[in-house]
Design a protein around this ligand. Structure first.
Ligand code: SF4
Length: 182
């Protein structure tokens, strides 16, 4: 079945199950990635003064390009611009064809696969597995706000840097100045 995913770029086709391998490796190593991301976040905050001097908007395109490459490989990231991996067991919820960010729909198959793509394990089943491996896995119970589509394509790394440092305006406000990005 070729049903477009909620966050699938237009014209992109559904991939076969053997292409999900890296996504699953990341989920299997959710604990190590959680530790890495905690350190990486501190680095991003530390670099915020430099980023503010260079200009957040000037950095947006190159950093988003780098982030899309790295996270695309590791998580099949869809660049929603508001990353929640640390709350979802390192399983990207934007790979859900329904774009659900607060748990699975009622259609998960008995084998744990997606009701839309029968060959793809449900991203929320994998999220639960990943969260069990994480020190702060209980964050999976946090209720996530609706996706802000103005942030699509923007860098979550820069958003974390500017938000946690307090040195930049909120990414949504920045995106709003330029109009919707999706
Ligand atoms: S939650 Fe958003 S930014 Fe994070 S991996 Fe998924 S699409 Fe990418």
């Amino acid at each position: 079945m070729e049903t477009p995913a909620a966050f699938e770029p237009r014209g992109r086709r559904h991939r076969h199950a053997d292409r999900f391998a890296w996504r699953f490796v990341s989920i299997r190593h959710a604990r190590a990635l959680e530790t890495f991301y905690a350190g990486f976040e501190r680095l991003l905050v530390w670099l915020a003064p430099l980023a503010a001097r260079v200009g957040w908007e000037r950095l947006e395109r190159p950093v988003a390009f780098l982030e899309a490459g790295v996270k695309g490989m590791l998580f099949d990231c869809r660049m929603c611009g508001q990353c929640v991996l640390s709350s979802t067991g390192m399983s990207c919820p934007m790979n859900c064809p329904k774009g659900l960010r607060n748990g699975p729909c009622g259609g998960v198959r008995a084998d744990g696969n997606c009701e839309v793509y029968a060959d793809m394990p449900c991203v929320w089943v994998k999220a639960y597995e990943g969260s069990l491996r994480m020190a702060d896995g209980a964050r999976i119970a946090e209720v996530q706000p609706p996706v802000d589509h103005r942030l699509k394509g923007r860098s979550s790394w820069l958003a974390v840097s500017r938000e946690k440092s307090g040195l930049g305006s909120a990414p949504a406000a920045a995106a709003g100045k330029k109009g919707p990005t999706s």
